[in-house]
Design a protein around this ligand. Structure first.
Ligand code: ADP
Ligand code: MG
Length: 222
């Protein structure tokens, strides 16, 4: 069964003065079907932690293991393939490509190995139907509301059947009502797909919907 293990991860950034120590020994575990919120004020290191777990950044020390593999031992092509297949990302700002349609945006993660196979197109359609956008497949991101863009981003994050979903302030740009709708949808899909879900947020409403809540404070989780 898929599992995420984060052990004593530390991260410091070099500065002209002393190194800035952002994470000071963060450990957590997550198994398939589980979800967790990490709360904390702006600047406490939430995005840094999520980027490290998502293999977009490297820790200064400590270990990350996903599905039994240590991605930081991989070379760049292998790491890119690992990330693409095992991890789905949802950001505060949807990060959709402006010139691509909704359907094309959802298919982007499936293009790493060439043209999308028919099965991927079918999967993208099913997901877009599931998030309520079946009638918007050919629309451009600029033609969608903020909530619809985030729903597209959720479908894109799931298209490759990742084991781990990482969401960084996924409702941060949405009004309260839309945020609640998108949060519910995210959790429904996570349960349905039985992925792991790690959400960093300072929204207590969103965090309150998750199974576990940890607070990142002074570089450590409590
Ligand atoms: P959060 O997501 O909780 O708001 P971040 O993880 O973005 O916080 O940032 C945590 C701290 O690390 C901040 O003080 C930020 O300025 C610093 N930081 C982030 N990235 C870098 C970087 N590349 N170089 C130096 N400092 C950074
Ligand atoms: Mg952040």
């Amino acid at each position: 069964m898929a599992e995420l293990i984060v052990q004593e991860v530390a991260k410091s950034y070099p500065t002209r003065a002393e190194p800035l120590s952002v994470l000071r020994g963060v450990s957590l575990r997550l198994a398939a079907g589980e979800n967790m919120a990490i709360l904390g004020p702006s600047g406490c290191g939430k995005s840094t932690l999520l980027h490290i777990i998502g293999t977009l950044d490297t820790p200064t020390s400590g270990r990350v293991s996903l599905d039994g593999a240590d991605p930081f031992t991989f070379d760049e092509p292998r790491l890119a393939a690992f990330r693409n297949h095992k991890i789905g990302f949802i950001f505060q700002d949807h990060h959709l490509l402006a010139q691509c349609s909704v359907l094309e945006n959802v298919l982007l993660p499936t293009l790493a190995d060439g043209a999308p196979p028919d099965a991927a197109v079918e999967r993208a359609r099913v997901l877009l139907n599931r998030v309520g956008l079946a009638h918007r497949l050919e629309h451009l991101p600029a033609e969608l509301s903020g909530g619809e863009r985030q729903r597209t981003a959720i479908a894109r994050a799931l298209v490759n059947r990742p084991e781990l979903l990482l969401a960084d302030e996924p409702t941060g740009n949405l009004d309260r009502h839309t945020a609640a709708t998108v949060s519910r949808l995210l959790l429904e899909l996570q349960a349905q797909e039985q992925t792991m879900l790690l959400v960093v947020t300072h929204s207590l409403e969103l965090a309150g919907m998750l199974q576990r809540r940890l607070e990142l404070n002074d570089g450590q989780l409590a």
